[in-house]
Design a protein around this ligand. Sequence first.
Ligand code: MRU
Length: 346
Amino acid sequence: MKDTDINPIFWQDSALVLLDQRRLPAEEVWLRCTQVSEVVAAIQNMVVRGAPAIGLAGAYGMVFAATAAWRHAGAQWRTAWLPEVAALRHARPTAVNLAWAVDLMAQHAVGIHGAPAAPLLAQAQRIHAEDLAANHRMGLLGAALLGPASRVMTHCNAGALATAGHGTALGVIRDGHAAGKIREVFATETRPWLQGARLTAWELARAGIPVRLITDGSAAHVLRTQGVSWVIVGADRVAANGDVANKIGTYALAIAARAHGTRFMVVAPCSTIDLATAHGEDIVIEERPATEITTIGERAYAPAGVGAFNPVFDVTPAALIDVLVTERGVLHHPDRGALESLLRPL
Ligand code: MRU
């Protein structure tokens, strides 16, 4: 099967349809959203996840916000929609793609005369198509860096499910595999939501790409013993100095990769680069409920009442990143100057 078969987000009959990622791989269940509160809940509850994908959900959510505001306030809709815009923009804090997409939609709204739904829907669909095109471009650019018969490692899920399709890190792996360069992928299970075990393994197996799951704790051992040439991950936000926020555990992987001479590749579209955030330490790291760690499913594993700390992203310093792949080109050892010129208007 081709990755284009995975289309986790689409618009149909005035509704945003989302593949419920909490239920994968056991079942493919689709959720229909027709109002902003449902989109916010879907983002917060991980129905839709991954930085570009929550950006797309936010963009379509803006269509619902505008439609409701136009119904209630007519020509004053741009004032009436502000609370729902804020709710969407802040549904999750770390991935900048959400705020980026909401802001782009709000800017587009400024020039609209009359009913806003159709022009905003067209804008959301443009953002959607551009994300897919960016992933295909990054896939080819990143795959060109791989050597023959590569063993690679990836973390979390930066695949078709996390984007408009194809994926960022998994886009590179897909194109590397198509070019005959991938011998094997090690996918970390990615506690506590198991995006690696549930989603990355599902995507790669579907695409016929050899994959073996590993526990998060075994990553350094695998890098030392299994001849892995690249760790390839996505990103939730790239700060102006090149520091990268991504799924918790990415930082430890980057340290382990450097210690073992394994190269470290971050694959992210320009929508993930945030020049307004100077350093990684300025990025807000989402913390989720302790029960995500103390329980598995319905069952509690930790002693009753035990405390837990559950940050779900971390920051990898730019110095540990060998390559940042974007749709506009590849940056070796990304830094402020390179990122600023990358984003300069074409
Ligand atoms: O909590 P999640 O599943 O939304 O976290 C996702 C990640 O950290 C991904 O690596 C990142 O968003 C890049 S997806 C192309």
